[in-house]
Design a protein. Structure first.
Length: 70
């Protein structure tokens, strides 16, 4: 199948998911992730939108973030 906007071939995986446009023509926002640290070795990630990920990244760059430092 070809993309309905630009006529580039759409991968089979996207077609099976119901998409009719290629990745370049898609209007769906990309997802991002935020690291969650529960313990020294118990780290996971949380899937979030781009705005939330940017806010968490900005907060994480602050001096003393996540510690008792001021």
């Amino acid at each position: 199948m070809k993309c309905v906007k630009c006529s580039v071939a759409v991968p089979d995986g996207r077609i099976k998911l119901g998409y009719k446009v290629c990745v370049n023509c898609s209007t769906v926002e990309r997802v991002a992730c935020a690291p969650l640290t529960h313990h020294k070795t118990g780290n996971t990630i949380q899937i979030v939108d781009q705005a939330t990920a940017a806010a968490l990244y900005k907060a994480g760059r602050r001096k003393g973030y996540g510690t008792c430092l001021k």
